[in-house]
Design a protein. Structure first.
Length: 570
């Protein structure tokens, strides 16, 4: 059985002349106002085609948004999407035809509204000076739009600069619609998907049609069908692979594409236009000008080259972590990395990545970093975790950039901060949690701290403040923080859910929370896990305290781990 694909091509306005269109009942009628109509006219008027030079294909054209149609059994076309534009195009053509005697007028496509049996007659008998028709809502808007078109041309003619014949030629022969002919049976389903935004006609949808159109293949036999099937299968494989968030967020900081393969097309686009949502499609359409199998295969091979290189990076652990870091901290774009890697041996590319990492830390003095410089603290701690993971000969784990980008990650103080007092509903729980870990052997017996915790009244705000300070002093008794409470070496990287679950708890509560979440398989950054599990402590460790020794060893480990990136000053 022959496999058919949705057809996509570009048609000039003039090429629509021989078609007959029907606006189905499931669509609302024509609703463009003067604003939308004049916007289209002004856009076309201001468009300046590039002159034809030595290359006959070098002239540009004005591109209208897609028209989605489906062929009916009587050879007319059911308009699934784009009827507002199509109706307005008809009205402009109709007005321009009035410059000629009836026998000399150009043919215009037929347009009918299923819900308005006499709509065809109405559209063929418009008048420049007609009044607004109020017979029905569709005719009301159509007549208002036509009056607006008439007035626009009249006002333009008064400037003595405007050339209506030149506009007519530009509109008919240098303006094109994206013609998207669907082969699906259920028109209403297509219409619904497009209009609720689930499957809009994105660049990727349009480009896919370019690759699967039979008109872009010279061979019209079984080889054609096999090549189409091969491309369709490879397309799906690439899209499915990019839908893996681990792969995707290694390459990107955000998910802005419905079809993620479009990300590769955007990287390839050499004619970026932020004001044109379909600039990438236009770029690819230009790449299909030769319409031969060689050009099609070359274009598809280039797309696969991008994907295969990214997939290779994703699966090579060292490249994965270093590239993921650079993308995450916005030091270099994936497009630049691809371009650089094309001209480098693998060893040179790895050296290039190391230089970019060094550049990311330029002008940062580690020992001066504090909580207030949150951007650089986050950058340093992220790199610290990544290089620590890479430094292990036995660790084969991968840093989850998808979690890092999708979850809000906090910079957390290792010790409890006196200025962050729990809110009223959490005060009692905070006291009871801390009480479990208070070391009575080093506690001043005369303080009566345990008894005062047990007897604290929920309404005694001043009493809580005193207890809060004493408990913090107890758990910070093994470390001299003073002015260093916000220094880098009292900070760690942690997902916000874990951080907020212990609400500025004292060190042993934080430690217990980390261990409990780690047991459940929740990702805890390796350096955060190391410090709370007391890997920086001599044996036996003081489990319930963050000590001067812990802090000093943490500092030494961080500096040593990152010392190869010699922009870092210590």
């Amino acid at each position: 059985m022959e496999t058919k694909y949705n057809t996509l091509e570009l048609k000039t306005i003039n090429e629509l002349r021989d078609y007959s269109f029907m606006i189905p009942a499931y669509q609302r009628g024509y609703r463009w106002t003067e604003t939308e109509v004049l916007e289209l006219l002004n856009d076309i008027d201001s468009f300046i085609p590039r002159p034809i030079d030595s290359d006959p294909d070098s002239n540009t054209w004005y591109c209208l948004q897609p028209i989605v149609i489906k062929k009916s059994c009587d050879d007319s076309f059911e308009v699934i999407d784009g009827q507002q534009r199509l109706t307005t195009i008809y009205l402009i053509l109709y007005y321009l035809n009035q410059d000629f005697k009836e026998s000399k007028r150009d043919k215009i496509f037929d347009l009918n509204y299923e819900t308005r049996p006499n709509s065809g007659y109405f559209l063929k008998n418009l008048e420049d000076n007609q009044k607004v028709k109020e017979d029905n809502i569709d005719f009301y808007y159509i007549s208002k739009a036509y009056i607006a078109i008439s007035k626009w041309f009249e006002d333009k003619s008064e400037t003595h600069i405007f050339d209506q014949f030149k506009f007519r030629s530009k509109f008919k022969f240098e303006s094109k619609v994206i013609w998207y002919e669907s082969i699906e049976n259920d028109s209403i389903s297509i219409f619904s998907r497009i209009n609720i935004g689930k499957i809009p006609l994105t660049n990727s949808e349009l480009i896919k049609a370019l690759f699967l159109n039979s008109s872009n293949f010279i061979e019209q036999d079984n080889k054609l069908k096999l090549r189409q099937l091969e491309i369709a299968n490879e397309w799906d494989r690439i899209e499915n692979s990019l839908q893996d968030d681990r792969f995707w967020y290694f390459l990107n900081k955000e998910a802005k594409f419905i079809n993620r393969i479009e990300f590769i097309f955007d990287l390839m686009n050499e004619n970026i236009d932020p004001n044109d949502n379909l600039a990438t499609f236009r770029f690819f359409n230009g790449k299909f000008k030769s319409s031969d199998n060689e050009a099609l295969s070359k274009n598809w091979h280039e797309i696969k080259d991008y994907y295969n290189r990214f997939y290779e990076w994703f699966n090579e652990r060292n490249l994965y972590h270093k590239i993921g870091y650079l993308i995450s901290v916005n030091i270099v774009s994936i497009k630049e990395l691809y371009k650089e890697s094309t001209n480098m041996k693998k060893s040179d590319f790895e050296s290039y990545l190391d230089q970019k990492i060094k550049l990311s830390l330029k002008n940062i003095t580690i020992t001066d970093l504090e909580y207030s410089d949150i951007k650089n603290v986050r950058k340093v701690l992220l790199l610290y975790n990544i290089i620590t993971m890479l430094s292990s000969d036995t660790d084969n784990s991968y840093f989850p950039f998808n979690l890092y980008e999708n979850q809000k990650w906090d910079i957390e103080h290792i010790t409890s901060i006196k200025t962050k007092i729990p809110d009223d509903k959490n005060k009692q729980q905070w006291l009871q949690d801390a009480k479990i870990f208070i070391d009575v052997e080093i506690l001043d017996p005369e303080s009566g701290l345990i008894d005062r915790i047990d007897s604290w009244d929920n309404n005694d705000t001043e009493g809580f403040n005193v207890l809060f300070e004493e408990i913090n002093d107890h758990f910070n008794s093994k470390i001299n923080l003073d002015d260093d409470i916000d220094s880098l070496f009292n900070l760690t990287l942690l997902d916000s859910t874990t951080n907020r679950s212990y609400k500025n708890a004292v060190f042993p509560i934080k430690r217990k929370t980390i261990i409990d979440r780690d047991k459940k398989g929740i990702f805890i950054p390796i350096c955060t896990k190391n410090l709370f599990l007391k890997y920086f402590s001599s044996y036996p460790p003081k489990i319930s305290f963050w000590t001067d020794e812990d802090k000093d060893n943490y500092e030494k480990d961080l500096i040593k781990t990152l010392e190869e990136f010699n922009y870092i000053k210590s």
